[in-house]
Design a protein around this ligand. Structure first.
Ligand SMILES: Cc1cc2nc3c(=O)[nH]c(=O)nc-3n(C[C@H](O)[C@H](O)[C@H](O)COP(=O)(O)OP(=O)(O)OC[C@H]3O[C@@H](n4cnc5c(N)ncnc54)[C@H](O)[C@@H]3O)c2cc1C
Ligand code: SF4
Length: 476
């Protein structure tokens, strides 16, 4: 193995096999195909097994990364998977969607001189391979798996990654957890937001949830916290703690003229129709979708990439992403940005929308854009975009998708007296424990931080679950 003076492996990371770009734009199958056993063992052998591993510090749920990678290097998938599941309830999901470049891989020591270990790809391999063996039965049937205590009842509201983490952590320690979800399907954004071609629903999300069911987690769908039941009702039913993980699902708009024209959608509606409503299967599924020819997407994050790539797969002739800053500032995962470009999505950088134009029937025909430039760095070191005087132009478009962020849904918040919100309208919590202003009520994920990432939501779930355990079952 090539090494530098300090013994660091300089081998390049094993590439991820993918569907070729020209094929995948015509289908909704998963883009990244996953490592083979040989790939995984070769990549795992690049890990230096650091005594003080920086990668673990970079992981919000503290996966024991060197340990699971060492098991994979020996081909022992089962013990790799068990190590992952000790701290991460959704390893197959995280292996696919976490922004590893900012988390564990960003901290990996090999990154200083070469390429970090492909921790996410290895996590995905371990989880997929173990789940394909249908070995979850074995996992949950292990002798050390505690019996569930029916009196240690905890409720989670919302079924996104924050709540699923609370459910996984506490149920594996003998708590009786019930997850209440407003929609008819479980998984939160993992199901209604992130498209099938990045995160297959039946193969991955449903299997992760099935593993939680085997840990006796109960799921109740079509249940709207703050409407169907209140938090007080849950305590009256004997729950000892309640975790709020309702996400931040209300879309933000641009607040510019023409936003009501036919053909302008929030990314939330567009992606929910396609993913949850299976609109890509219309007319076999009865959710229609608006198919654009010249599509414009506004925003620079994962949501914008997903909307743009979805539009391509639905047959758009051209798809542009309009973003106020440059490519370097785009907050999307690097892999998603690269995949989008490979597939033919074009970036309209340093441009901001001023208004939409329509025809006599009220249908979208164009967007007016303002050319921007980056100014001097502000106190945070970030260069803010500012308009270039007189540089205004029109871009023809018949479908616009707005992906510029979300805000909290007020239903549960308004129905819960005594719940303190921060000045942005999200739930205020104790950072260390996730406890809200109401004793016994916890919150975490996007409803606390605003739109963030799966792994940060899971980290918050884990902190809250630890505190719930410590409070309800103090160490003897
Ligand atoms: C299109 C898209 C792509 C993304 N891509 C990535 C990515 O690649 N990597 C990444 O790390 N992050 C990504 N994210 C962000 C990530 O998905 C979120 O940060 C994460 O899902 C937040 O988890 P959560 O548990 O807080 O809430 P959510 O996943 O939003 O789940 C909240 C759940 O609560 C339910 N709910 C809401 N109100 C109520 C109520 N009153 N009663 C009962 N249930 C309720 C909702 O229906 C929902 O199911 C993406 C987000 C979107 C929208
Ligand atoms: S920092 Fe990188 S090389 Fe070191 S243990 Fe973690 S993954 Fe392996």
């Amino acid at each position: 193995m090539n090494s530098d003076k300090k013994g660091r492996s300089l081998q390049p990371r094993v590439p991820m096999p993918c569907q070729p770009a020209h094929e995948r734009v015509g289908n909704f199958h998963e883009v990244a195909l996953g490592y083979s056993r040989e790939d995984a063992m070769r990549e795992a052998s690049r890990c230096l097994q650091c005594k003080k591993p920086k990668c673990v510090k970079g992981c919000p749920v503290e996966v024991q990364i060197p340990q699971f990678i060492a098991a994979l290097a020996k081909g022992d998938v089962e013990s790799a998977y068990r190590t992952l599941r000790e701290t991460n309830s959704l390893p197959a999901v995280c292996g696919r969607v976490c922004p590893q470049e900012n988390q564990c891989e960003g901290a990996c020591i090999l990154g200083a001189k070469g390429q970090p270990v492909a921790i996410g790809r290895l996590e995905r391999y371990a989880a997929d391979t173990y789940m394909a063996l249908d070995a979850c039965d074995q996992l949950t049937g292990r002798p050390e798996c505690p019996l569930i205590d029916p009196d240690l009842k905890v409720a989670c509201i919302g079924s996104g990654p924050a709540s699923l983490t609370v459910a996984g952590y506490l149920s594996s320690r003998g708590f009786k957890v019930t997850v209440y979800e407003a929609l008819h399907e479980l998984g939160g954004v993992l199901v209604y937001g992130i498209p099938e071609f990045r995160l297959p629903k039946s193969d991955i999300v449903e299997k992760e949830i099935a593993a939680l069911r085997q840990q006796e987690v109960e799921f109740v769908t079509n249940w709207v916290g703050g409407r169907t039941f209140s938090i007080d009702d849950l305590f009256a039913e004997g729950y000892k703690a309640v975790f709020i993980g309702v996400g931040a699902g209300l879309p933000r708009f641009l607040d510019i003229p023409g936003e009501n024209l036919v053909g302008v959608f929030s990314a939330n509606e567009y992606l929910t129709r396609v993913n949850l409503g299976r609109a890509y299967g219309f007319p076999d599924y009865d959710t229609p979708v608006y198919r654009g020819r010249e599509v414009t997407v506004f925003g620079g994050g994962n949501v914008a990439m997903d909307a743009a790539r979805t539009a391509l797969r639905l047959g758009a002739e051209s798809v542009r992403i309009v973003y106020r800053r440059t490519r370097d500032e785009m907050p999307a995962r690097l892999e998603e940005l690269e995949h989008a470009e490979e597939e033919g999505v074009r970036l309209e950088l340093l441009a901001a929308p001023l208004g939409f134009k329509g025809d006599a029937d009220g249908r979208l025909t164009a967007v007016t854009l303002q050319r921007m430039e980056l100014g001097e760095p502000d106190a945070s070191g970030r260069r803010s975009p500012r308009p270039v005087e007189g540089a205004v132009y029109d871009l023809p478009t018949d479908l616009a998708v707005i992906a510029v962020g979300t805000r909290p849904n007020p239903i549960l918040l308004e129905a819960t007296p005594g719940l303190t919100l921060d000045r942005r309208g999200y739930i205020a919590v104790d950072e260390a424990t996730g406890m809200t202003s109401i004793p016994g009520v916890y919150a975490g994920g996007d409803i606390v931080t605003g739109a963030a990432t799966v792994i940060l939501a899971m980290g918050a779930g884990r902190r809250a679950a630890k505190d719930i355990e410590a409070r309800l079952r103090p160490a003897t």
